[in-house]
Write a protein that binds this ligand. Sequence first.
Ligand code: ATP
Ligand code: MG
Length: 258
Amino acid sequence: MAKQIEVTDVDAYYSGHKAIEGISMTIDARAVTAFIGPSGCGKSTFLRTLNRMHEVIPGATVTGKIRMEEQDLYGADVDPVSVRRTIGMVFQRPNPFPTMSIYDNVAAGLRLNHRYSKSELDGIVEESLKGANLWNEVKDRLPKPGSGLSGGQQQRLCIARAIAVRPQVLLMDEPCSALDPISTLAIEDLIAKLKQEFTIVIVTHNMQQAARVSDKTAFFNLAAQGQPGKLIEMDDTTKIFTSPSQKATEDYITGRFG
Ligand SMILES: Nc1ncnc2c1ncn2[C@@H]1O[C@H](COP(=O)(O)OP(=O)(O)OP(=O)(O)O)[C@@H](O)[C@H]1O
Ligand SMILES: [Mg+2]
């Protein structure tokens, strides 16, 4: 199910202002890729170009090529809504639909395009909540509102919602930034498990987290405020954290800036 993504020379703009420039990389299937770099260097922007969420912002545009295996994600015949279903996203702040039940939060995406029977839906909801490592905590309160869960549980609920539609790629933008250390470890364990099935990209400001969970790490930086963010280097995570080839990477991971 998991697919590789090939990015070639991507620029992204907000109303003519270039936020990221010349990004090329390969994102491996069934692996975790971490994006690191100082605030404002374009990590979230680049992440959103990968599933065509960037262009939803008025005035925002993308140039360059992004392929998921054989498919050109920006091809003329490609429906962006189907791209967003195949490449799911989990945001920095858990954003469950507040008035919906736990069950409906997970089932929401499934109801959009398909007619599942009640028992099929029940099965997928259970499987997704198990996949997100939340089932045991919520199985007796599925009709209760999703907003009644703790922050860490809500984040796992959002992960369950994202995996319920069976994406091939899962993009996570700082998924642990609002979480306590225990919930953070639960999410990291979950990421380690999910990578057997999905291609995973995670943006994180936590160097230990990047080192713990990822196979590949990409470091982004900008030359100066107002300049576009660029990919400085990307390599095996162990290499980036032990002997990066660029001085800027070393300065960043050792905490000398950013
Ligand atoms: N909706 C937007 N409209 C206009 N400019 C934006 C928008 N979102 C981001 N930008 C600009 O694009 C640049 C990159 O922002 P982005 O959010 O991608 O950075 P980031 O690396 O994710 O930062 P952080 O680590 O703080 O989340 C910044 O200069 C930012 O101000
Ligand atoms: Mg960001």
